[in-house]
Write a new protein. Sequence first.
Length: 135
Amino acid sequence: LRQICDVARLCYVKDESFDGQNLKSIYIKLGLERWMNVIHNLLVKDLGLEESKLPYIIELDYDTHPIMNDIFNSGNFGFHEIRYRNGVSNLSDRYYKRDNVFKRVLPHITKSINLVPKEVFWYPMSKLYTKLTGN
């Protein structure tokens, strides 16, 4: 949520000469254009940012409720999933720590595969690499 608020603040204070179409082309090159469309929907619908403050117009309407629900219930990609607090789950103590990233994070990132496929692939790969190499 903090990162989304950071984006809202950037949109709110951007200079009028800011080239939103250039930013959009960068998002396209990075494979983030669908994700940023969702973020723009969220900024307007859920955080109340004026649509005119966005760097470019929203192209597709998107239901932001599932993403906001994920944010409020699980935090950063499921690391703080509230369903598993206070013995509600029969999962081991190890699961509650960040050590068991895949079990905890995978259900959340797979929801985003259509929006940010490269991130969904590379995020677990980088975690696996770190786990295997200790770096």
